[in-house]
Write a new protein. Structure first.
Length: 296
């Protein structure tokens, strides 16, 4: 199976590359931007075009959101002309006001924000004009490298002694970019083999949690690991924000359909964070050893 992935520096693109390198049945071509053009699609003839999400559309500049939406629509038109499946990953933030119960796939987001509504119109166009698509709504992504990686940003800020502010009243399911990459390639392999299960799916980590609790857990786990290594680092603090005074805003995605159709299970985000922190510590060891070697 051949996949064309856009936005080479995105944390999900890097995770897809790592996952493909572990397999012998998937070949990737990764483009730096969001505009592959019909000629590239015709030359490569990939089995799917994959577009990573704009991970934080609520806080993104309106021009950035509009540019992303227009690029996705151009990709859809090119895929339709070339008869190539389109995979568009989107943020759970499109459910601007959340829901009290887990959100099913058939629930189309109805945000109030103009920028978010622009992304909804793009999704509506895809659903109306090109059936061979997967729209995959994701919980907040975290990873150790790449743009919009979140976890790497948290670690850098904490180690530098900076303050991290996080909502204590926004509930969501953090989602490992590595877990999404594994799931996406598994889903597309089944499509490649004739599943033809197009449509919208949800994919997120297990265990709903507030942003503040997630960040606090990362800080605690990081401190434990650094102390175990004999390092004395004054980590930055975590400050709780409270914007929804009546009741917490819940963006919890129901991932039942991706399990029923593709057999994809959600991964516990706590285990993924622990694994990534272990990887981060090993990389820190390697960096310190390299510096010591150069100083000799």
């Amino acid at each position: 199976m051949k996949l064309l992935i856009l936005e080479a520096g995105h944390c999900l693109s890097l995770a897809l590359a790592r996952e493909a390198n572990r397999r012998s049945d998937t070949e990737l071509t990764i483009e730096p931007g969001l505009t592959p053009g019909p000629r590239l699609l015709e030359e490569l003839r990939p089995d799917a075009l994959v577009i990573p999400p704009l991970s934080r559309p609520i806080t993104a500049e309106p021009a950035t959101v509009t540019a992303h939406a227009e690029a996705v629509e151009a990709c859809m038109e090119a895929c339709r002309e070339a008869d190539i499946p389109l995979v568009w990953c989107v943020s759970d933030q499109l459910y601007e006001d959340g829901l009290e119960v887990p959100i099913d796939e058939h629930v189309i987001p109805e945000p109030r924000d103009d920028s978010l509504r622009r992304l909804i119109r793009t999704g509506d166009r895809i659903r109306a004009e090109y059936p061979r698509h997967l729209i995959v709504r994701l919980g907040p992504l975290f990873a150790l490298e790449g743009s919009q990686a979140w976890l790497s940003e948290l670690l850098d800020t904490l180690v530098d002694g900076g303050e991290v502010r996080a909502e204590s009243d926004v509930i969501f399911c953090p989602t490992s970019a590595d877990a999404v990459a594994m799931a996406l390639i598994g889903m597309l392999q089944q499509q490649y083999c004739g599943a033809e299960a197009w449509g919208s799916y949800h994919l997120a980590g297990t265990e709903p949690v507030s942003a503040y609790t997630f960040v606090s857990m990362v800080r605690t786990q990081l401190a434990t690991r650094l102390e175990g290594r004999g390092e004395r680092v004054e980590l930055g603090s975590v400050k709780a924000l409270n914007h929804h005074h009546d009741q917490p805003l819940r963006r919890v995605l129901n991932c039942r359909r991706v399990l029923d159709v593709f057999g994809v299970h959600q991964k516990p985000w706590r285990l993924e964070v622990g694994r990534m922190l272990d990887t981060w510590c090993l990389a820190r060891d390697d960096g310190e050893a390299a510096e010591e070697s150069m100083s000799r």
